[in-house]
Design a protein around this ligand. Structure first.
Ligand SMILES: [Zn+2]
Length: 142
């Protein structure tokens, strides 16, 4: 989310912020927004959309947040250095995120082999839940 980038920049104080103008992509309303110095027009409009109060912009921003959040969880659970899984499977999971957000899928489970399973589903609000299950089977032959 761009608004989080601005908040972070202000908190860390390493990059300057300025006041610019942006237009909501949904309703076209112009507004003054605090942005990061080298941002182009597209980013200003995107941030204005994140901040706009119109219903379409709120819906857009909510979905965008869910999308980014789900992708972050996928990275954390499946792309960490200790136990990464193959990139194609991660790509498949990323592709299903929007289908879930747009109500085209309710949930998806993927068996990644080696006892690793992934499950993506929605909670009651529509936010995406990402789960990783590692099953370790122990057998000993005597
Ligand atoms: Zn708007």
């Amino acid at each position: 989310m761009l608004k989080h980038e601005v908040e972070e920049a202000k908190r860390e104080g390493l990059i300057g912020t300025i006041i610019q103008q942006g237009a909501c992509k949904c309703c076209g309303q112009l507004m003054k927004i605090e942005t990061i110095i080298d941002w182009d027009e597209d980013r200003c409009h995107e941030l204005a959309t994140e901040k706009c109060d119109c219903e379409d912009a709120k819906e857009y921003t909510r979905k965008k947040y869910w999308h980014e959040n789900a992708n972050k969880k996928i990275s954390l659970l499946f792309e960490n250095k200790k136990e990464p899984v193959n990139q194609e499977a991660v790509g498949l999971m990323r592709n299903t995120v929007d289908l879930l957000i747009d109500n085209k899928l309710e949930s998806i489970s993927i068996d990644l082999g080696q006892g690793v399973k992934a499950k993506l589903c929605k909670n009651y609000k529509g936010k995406i839940k990402v789960e990783r299950t590692n099953t370790v089977k122990m057998t000993e032959e005597a």
